[in-house]
Design a protein around this ligand. Structure first.
Ligand code: F6R
Length: 607
């Protein structure tokens, strides 16, 4: 989603701003722009599409300046055109924005009534006009920003330049993240520490409602009531080198293949294999007292939560309610005392999940977050942080973050069961040993990459694809369908295998591939019966199972994908690999933009 960078530099900033935008590319965007102050006036260069287009615009029409702001835009209001690209400017100010200004219509009408004219369809432009109007009426930049912020409703991170003040940048944060970078005689603003990593490691995180006034040698931070506040400077530890794809063609492919290593790293933080015990980091509350759990997340992280519901209810017998984050707050959930709300997020910044976390905290729930970005808003706000150690995930489609989330959630379920006296030493030992097997089983699953690549062109021709699975493999059917949709643009749906006959089976004919996940185990035969109902109607099945399962049921399938034999408990972590690889190879066969699929953003910071 939108990325922001601002530099108050000792020397020229444009190239460094564009480099910062490249580091934010992974978030997903559809236009980009830069603004600086040149000889006392505001200059801008903007371009539709990828950053290369902006680079071309800049080489045809270079931009000088020692202070500047830059932006990658993910369109919310108005098409992704050059005129809607940020920065938005008036004669006096230029600004970039991440988030949504919800009351922009009424503000726009008010500003238009006072004679101001707009050049874009964006919500953002009202902020530029509000601040500009104050300045034209004689306010200082600080007064103008402070007054204007109080008029904005919604979520935003802003970085603002002022024509008459080439030694000044102002930033603000409400709902969308913004960090300050401290350099040597220079100061920076950025959406995250990754954008600023080549410039500085010294980072301060703005809190909700904060705004900051930056000059080359001074940083003044204010809270939402304009009271001066201090925010600690931390060392980010993010490497300055651009993360590269190694020998892989795409980040997504690299991240799929990294899974055995990063899952092992993640599990290493939650298992004590020698003692054959599971272990969570120090807990700020007693797990034994948790009476029910609400799991809340979006997209792929939600599917990880769905698997966790099976695990937690089976092992710990604690009732789990599962919510899509955008629905959670608005359905007025019953949040009783003694409840815990567990949030799952790769980025830790997803606006819906963050808002749900705050809602749960306000309603007396203990909050915990399974999160990949340790410095994210969710990690800073939750009572308990359960980190995944997946490393930066650059491909927009989540892969390694998902399996690392599953690793943490499995360990959490086992801990909860132990705390409630429902896991004896033998069962704990069994679970630890099963989890310790996962990286090797993932390697065995990855060994079937070439076979999956071979079948991909057939699936790439389909218009619709169905996925089915039972029990904890049902969420994988949903995840498989999501992966395929998002990167290959083929319509796909996931179903609980037993549900197909209640309607979706009407879709089946010889043109609809059906991907069936059926590890041998307690639910195998039931899943195979459902698969046979599909085959009886001409459905073309791709069966994903272990050697035993394939021996029993591969007849009449269009194709098979062999998995190692694993216990049903860890099957979701292993079976994630073939569904990811299948989506990946189908997308490559179709020639889509695998790492930055159309219309999608990595970190969705608007509601
Ligand atoms: C799908 C995908 C998204 C994210 C969702 C939540 O491949 O990546 O569905 O899972 O936007 O994002 P996080 O986990 O950052 O909260």
């Amino acid at each position: 989603m939108c990325g922001i960078i601002g530099i108050l530099g000792k020397d020229e900033v444009t190239d460094r701003l564009v480099e910062g935008l490249r580091r934010l590319e992974y978030r997903g965007y559809d236009s980009a722009g830069v603004s600086t102050i040149v000889d006392g006036h505001i200059e801008r260069r903007r371009a539709e599409g990828k950053l290369d287009n902006l680079a071309k615009t800049l080489s045809a029409d270079p931009l000088t300046g020692r202070v500047g702001i830059a932006h990658t835009r993910w369109a919310t209001h108005g098409a992704p055109t050059t005129s809607n690209a940020h920065p938005h400017a008036t004669l006096e100010v230029s600004l970039v924005h991440n988030g949504i200004i919800e009351n922009f219509k009424e503000l726009r009408e008010e500003l238009q009534a006072s004679g101001r004219s707009f050049e874009s369809q964006t919500d953002t432009e009202v902020a530029a006009h509000l601040i500009s109007r104050e300045i034209e009426a004689g306010a200082t930049p600080e007064q103008a920003v402070s007054r204007s912020l109080k008029r904005l409703r919604g979520a935003f991170a802003l970085a603002i330049l002022f024509r008459q003040h080439p030694d000044l940048l102002i930033g603000a944060r409400l709902g969308s993240p913004l960090v300050i970078g401290y350099g040597d005689g220079e100061t920076y603003l950025g959406s995250d520490a990754i954008a600023l990593a080549p410039l500085t490691q010294r980072i301060a995180y703005l809190e909700e409602g904060d705004w900051v006034v930056i000059t080359r040698d001074k940083v003044s931070i204010y809270d939402r009531n304009d009271k001066p506040v201090d925010r600690p400077i931390t060392v980010s530890g993010v490497t300055g080198a651009l993360i590269d794809k190694g020998n892989h063609r795409h980040f997504m492919q690299k991240e799929i293949f990294e899974q055995p290593v990063v899952v092992a790293q993640t599990l290493g933080a939650y298992l004590r294999p020698l003692e054959e015990q599971v272990a969570l980091p120090a807990l700020p509350f007693d797990l034994a007292e948790i009476r029910r759990i609400s799991i809340v997340a979006c997209g792929t992280s939600y599917y990880a939560g769905m698997v966790a519901k099976y695990w937690i209810e089976q092992l710990a017998r604690v009732p789990v309610e599962l919510d899509i984050a955008s629905e959670f707050r608005y359905r007025a959930p019953v949040l009783e005392e003694g409840g815990m709300a567990l949030f799952i997020s790769q980025s830790g910044e997803t606006a819906d999940t963050l808002a749900a976390l705050r809602h749960a905290a306000e309603n007396g729930q203990k909050t915990a977050v399974v999160v990949n970005v340790a410095s994210s808003s969710m990690a800073r706000e939750a009572d308990l942080v359960l980190p995944t150690h997946a490393g930066p995930e650059i491909g927009v489609a989540s892969t390694k973050a998902f399996t690392c989330q599953l690793g943490v959630l499995a360990a959490f379920a086992a801990n909860l069961a132990r705390a409630r006296g429902r896991l004896d030493a033998a069962e704990e030992k069994r679970i630890v040993n099963l989890l310790a097997e996962v990286p090797a089983a993932m390697n065995a699953a990855l060994a079937h990459d070439a076979a999956i690549e071979e079948m991909a062109p057939v699936i790439a021709k389909a218009r619709d694809v169905l996925y089915m699975g039972r029990g904890p493999d049902y969420p994988l059917a949903l995840e498989g369908a999501l992966k395929l949709k998002e990167i290959s643009y083929i319509h796909a749906e996931g179903y609980a295998a037993g549900e197909l006959k209640h309607g979706p089976i009407a879709l089946i004919d010889e043109n609809v591939p059906v991907i069936v996940m059926a590890p041998s185990g307690p639910l195998f035969e039931k899943t195979v019966s459902n698969m046979q109902e599909v085959q009886a109607r001409g459905g073309q099945v791709v069966l994903i199972s272990d050697p035993e399962g394939l021996r029993a049921a591969a007849e009449d399938c269009l194709a098979t994908i062999e998995m190692p034999h694993v216990d049903a408990f860890i099957a979701p972590m292993v079976y994630a690999i073939p569904v990811q690889l299948l989506a990946y190879h189908v997308a490559v066969a179709k020639g889509t933009d695998v790492d930055q699929p159309r219309n999608l953003a990595k970190s969705v910071t608007v509601e």
